[in-house]
Ligand binder design. Structure first.
Ligand SMILES: Cc1cc2nc3c(=O)[nH]c(=O)nc-3n(C[C@H](O)[C@H](O)[C@H](O)COP(=O)(O)OP(=O)(O)OC[C@H]3O[C@@H](n4cnc5c(N)ncnc54)[C@H](O)[C@@H]3O)c2cc1C
Length: 259
């Protein structure tokens, strides 16, 4: 495997740092190649602006159009080009981050915003009355797998089906389905570590063991069975799930996962 770990935590000596280091050592010891994008250490620029598209950026700025043009002409900034090259190189992508405000840290969202440009992350394929691009099951990054490794302050019950924060699968849906599956990446079930701020050393040992087991079975783990956009399950061009396909008891985000 060729694994890219995109890691977002400001403190190297953090729980997230430890999980990232463990992933690197575990995968390398098993003979896999690993590259790490340590976003804080890289001082990753997290905001999209006109400087991303050089002197030929439109005025007023049109981010999607400018990013696609810069992608096509190879004039994206070197930091973005380097991350796109890492994504092309990788067959497996791990995003390692703490849950902050029910989502990813801003620096990681900024990596997504800047790296997944038009023609690379979205806007791929034919857009017409009968087709709405190559997305959700197809796309420029098809053939890759991804995994979220997330530490969470609250206990698991807060993120259960009836938990006050909403189910963790729902909270992670915008990342797993909207960001990763959208450009064609298959998404493995996440590794979630709850009550992270209160972890005892014994709990850390158990968590580290469970994380290593997940890492060593990445190639054989079944991805989440998200439905594919262009293979008969959605009405075109409305992109609504066809009547009668919903699995019993599934609603909301869950509609888009096959039983
Ligand atoms: C801005 C912000 C927003 C947040 N939003 C949410 C939210 O929406 N929902 C929610 O549930 N939580 C939230 N939290 C809590 C957050 O998810 C946790 O603080 C975070 O996941 C803990 O990860 P960490 O790497 O920062 O932990 P650290 O603070 O580095 O470590 C946590 C504990 O893990 C243990 N530990 C750390 N390193 C090691 C090691 N190497 N070996 C053994 N044990 C170790 C220690 O016991 C330590 O106290 C938020 C926190 C912040 C700052």
């Amino acid at each position: 495997m060729k694994t890219l770990i995109v890691y977002a935590h400001p403190e190297p000596d953090s729980l997230n740092g430890a999980l990232k280091d463990l992933a690197v050592s575990t995968l390398e010891a098993a003979g896999h190649e690993v590259r790490v994008s340590d976003l804080y250490a890289m001082e990753w620029k997290a905001v999209v602006d006109a400087a991303d598209y050089g002197p030929s950026a439109s005025s007023p700025l049109k981010v999607a159009r400018d990013s696609g043009r810069a992608f096509d002409s190879g004039t994206l900034t070197p930091d973005v080009l380097a991350e796109q090259e890492k994504l092309r190189w990788a067959d497996t992508v791990i995003l390692q981050f703490p849950l902050w405000w029910y989502s990813m840290p801003a620096i990681l969202k900024g990596w997504v915003d800047r790296v997944l440009t038009r023609q690379f992350g979205y806007g791929v394929g034919e857009y017409s009355a009968t087709k709405y691009g190559e997305r959700f099951g197809e796309g420029a990054l098809a053939g890759r797998r991804a995994l979220l490794s997330v530490t969470v302050g609250g206990p698991e019950s807060h993120y259960a089906a009836r938990g006050i924060n909403g189910p963790i699968d729902d909270l992670l849906f915008p990342i797993q389905h909207g960001i990763l599956y959208h450009p064609g990446i298959e998404v493995l079930p996440p590794f979630v570590l709850y009550r992270a701020d209160r972890l005892t050393s014994e709990e850390y040992r158990d968590a580290a063991k469970a994380w290593q087991e997940r890492l060593l079975t990445l190639e054989t783990t079944e991805p989440i069975a998200y439905r594919r956009q262009n293979f008969g399950e959605y009405e075109i061009p409305a992109l609504t799930l066809k009547e009668g396909l919903e699995s019993t008891g599934r609603s909301g985000f869950g509609l888009h996962v096959r039983s």
